[in-house]
Design a binder for this molecule. Structure first.
Ligand code: PLP
Length: 273
């Protein structure tokens, strides 16, 4: 595997960052996961824009989009695969132990791993932990993912592939790596960004392409939703057939199935929508 690190393509064995890199020691970093289909990234412009918003939120220098595009193209060319999970990571760089940033400037790396299409239907659980809709990092795609790792492990223990969080005021928020949509009386709703969720790229496309509304939703909307689906880069649109112990019979329901079709058609036509 060849990895882009700080301006050049390197073999995995020689791509090394400092043990004092702040991405590692204090989670001072941001990232993007981009789908790559036969070596071509999907929605890269939107991902780069979000990378810049995340960098600004953390006070990191703006990433150089030309360099990130070059990095992505280089790793995709060096590691051919049918469906890739391209990971762009940008950290505060190595610095002193503690939270103060050093003078060395950021670390940028890009890597790609092979992945497979997610199943069309999945089970989810809800977790008792909350997203903070008013935190300093809310809405930023930072490398501080430990809470998601814990919640996802709990989902796996319960035979589910995703865990959904509410926020501190009891509203539905998002999953560990996905946004959530519910269908009520034939209309599609998803929590607004103010709920504390990540502004997902797939979420934005699903809103544009299906007319889904952004609505404050209480967590217990999941008990009465006709259909529930998730969106994310590696899932696209994925129907939910079980929330905790409650089955949603017939998933994907008609509204979700239509969203899946729209997504397949449009995303297949335009790689940078
Ligand atoms: N929410 C969280 C916490 C995520 O980590 C992700 C993606 O990894 C998403 C939502 C979905 O975002 P996207 O559609 O940009 O992949």
């Amino acid at each position: 595997m060849r990895i882009w690190l700080d301006g050049e393509l390197r073999d995995l064995e020689s791509a090394r960052v400092s043990v004092f890199d702040h991405g590692l020691t204090v989670g001072d970093g941001i990232f993007e996961t981009v789908k790559a289909v036969h070596g071509k990234p999907f929605a890269l412009t939107r991902h780069l824009d979000r990378l810049t918003r995340s960098a600004r939120g953390l006070g990191l220098p703006d990433p150089d989009h030309d360099e990130v595009r070059e990095a992505c193209a280089a790793v995709l060319e060096a590691n051919p695969m049918p469906l890739g999970r391209l990971r762009i990571t940008y950290t505060g760089g190595h610095g002193p132990l503690g939270s103060d940033r050093g003078e060395h400037g950021p670390t940028l790396f890009a890597a790609v791993g092979e992945t497979t299409r997610r199943p069309d239907v999945t089970a989810v659980i809800t977790v008792p932990w909350t997203r903070n809709e008013r935190g300093a990092l809310t809405g930023l795609k930072t490398t501080s993912y430990a809470e998601n790792v814990v919640a996802l492990a709990r989902a796996h223990q319960h035979g589910a592939s995703e865990a959904l969080f509410g926020n501190t005021v009891g509203q539905l928020c998002e999953g560990t790596g996905s946004n959530v949509f519910v269908v009520l009386d034939g209309e599609i709703h998803t929590p607004p960004v103010a709920s504390g969720c990540l502004p997902g790229i797939t979420r934005a496309l699903a809103i544009e392409w299906t007319g889904a509304r952004e609505t404050d939703l209480p967590l217990d909307v999941l008990d009465r939703a006709d259909e529930v689906f998730l969106t994310s880069t590696l899932r696209d649109v994925q129907a939910v057939h079980r929330v905790d112990d409650q089955e949603l019979d017939g998933a994907p329901g008609p509204v979700t199935a239509k969203a899946m079709r729209i997504f397949d058609e449009r995303a297949g036509q335009d790689l940078d929508p």
